[in-house]
Design a protein around this ligand. Structure first.
Ligand code: PSV
Ligand code: MN
Length: 396
């Protein structure tokens, strides 16, 4: 695609808007997860291929390749013990990140995988920080505290907490006690953080437990965040909602309340499918980005403060290719959302008076239907990146 595409976009929106889209993209950050650069799988099987990145060294190497081709992913989200379980492992990881000029992103304590030895054994089936067995509850908390030390050692400021806690039947635990324990558990982790560090608190309505999840939705996550301190924020994993949920509306609520911390981006058809972001429902991704762009337009947030992180599982395609595809879909959605003319929408939807719904829709979906590839290619040219990062990876 050449300069005609860019000229066409400029003739529609004006060069100033095109430049403002490029500048906004330049300050946004998208974090790439170490775990999704290896082969993912389902509970049925993992189909490893010889070309897959298996070791930590290989996965960090792929993260660097993604950054070099897309310009995104300067920070890498990490998961422990998947990325290491000892201080020596952390030193190795630190060296690898430095070698590739990468930075540590959010540190995720893994509270769901049974450890080979120690207290975090089969009793994890009763939960982590809500576990009724005190020594398991304590061990889960200790793991979070170790992860906070890892975070500081690696120079990260974000701890990303997803609790797999829940019950599988009504008789398993009192819902009152579950509610008490989860607040206490998060508070114990939050109080270990410095003021400039953030705890990103993820919610999920089901899985691994199927009767009651300890933090099932954004409301509960926001409530716990409010109770546990200034630096606790809500993390929205796009796959953690019932099908059909209006996620952009949830994002709007969180922005208005000042508790939006960030995203685990992915796509899904049924539930937490962890598919490539924007691959199934590009218009949903667009509308979520519009909620953010409008929040920024209203002065309620800044795009550069949003922790955009990817959380996917790559089962079929090459994991690096799928990561690049996701990043390209995310920048596309962001660019389209940044083209939305909120001033025009304000006129079409006056504060008091009948809205011109038909024309408002055209403003919104006009932006969605704009071919933003020339804008993204121009930005890549300016940064010395390949015009098409995915093709560049596949042709390597
Ligand atoms: C849980 O489904 C989750 O979204 C959490 O963020 C975990 O850390 C992650 O998936 C593992 O991929
Ligand atoms: Mn997640």
């Amino acid at each position: 695609m050449g300069s005609e595409g860019l000229e066409y976009a400029a003739s529609m929106y004006g060069q100033g808007i095109i430049e403002s889209v490029i500048s906004a993209l330049d300050v946004a950050r998208i974090e790439v997860p170490s775990w999704a650069l290896g082969r993912g799988g389902t509970r049925f099987a993992v189909y490893n291929a010889p070309s897959d990145a298996g070791t930590l060294e290989e996965r960090i190497g792929r993260a660097a390749a993604v950054r070099d081709l897309t310009g995104w992913g300067e920070t890498v989200a990490l998961h422990f013990p998947w990325d290491g379980s000892t201080d020596e492992d952390v030193a190795l990881l630190k060296g690898l990140l430095e070698k590739h000029g990468l930075k540590a992103g959010a540190v995720n304590p893994n509270l769901f995988s049974v450890r080979g030895e120690g207290v975090l054994d089969h009793r994890m089936r009763y939960g982590s920080v809500t576990n009724p067995v005190l020594e398991v509850d304590d061990a889960a908390n200790d793991h979070c505290l170790w992860c906070i030390r890892v975070m500081r050692e690696l120079g990260s400021r974000n701890l990303s907490l997803w609790l797999p806690d829940g019950t599988n039947s009504p008789g398993q635990m009192s819902l009152y006690e579950q509610a008490d324990r989860v607040e206490e558990g998060v508070r114990d982790v939050a109080k270990a953080l410095f003021a400039e560090e953030t705890l990103l608190l993820e919610y999920k309505f089901f899985e691994p437990a199927f009767y009651s999840t300890a933090i099932p939705d954004w409301g509960r996550s926001a409530e716990i965040a409010r109770k546990c301190g200034e630096n606790v924020r809500v993390l929205v994993d796009l796959g953690h909602h019932a099908p059909g949920t209006n996620v952009e509306q949830i994002v709007t609520f969180l922005v208005r309340e000042g508790v939006l911390g960030g995203f685990h981006l992915n796509d899904s058809k049924y539930a937490d499918d962890d598919l490539a972001t924007g691959s199934v429902d590009a218009s949903r991704l667009f509308r979520i980005m519009v909620a953010l762009a409008e929040g920024a337009w209203r002065g309620m947030m800044r795009l550069e403060d949003v922790n955009f992180m990817i959380d996917e599982s790559h089962n079929v395609k090459d994991a690096t290719a799928e990561m690049i595809e996701s990043l390209m879909n995310i920048e596309t959605a962001l660019a389209r959302a940044l083209l939305v003319d909120f001033e025009a929408l304000k006129k079409l939807r006056p504060d008091r008076g009948a809205p011109d719904v038909e024309r408002s829709e055209q403003v919104l979906y006009g932006a969605f239907n704009t071919d933003v590839r020339p804008i993204l290619e121009e930005r890549r040219r300016r940064h010395g990146l390949p015009e098409n990062p995915l093709e560049a990876w596949l042709d390597r």
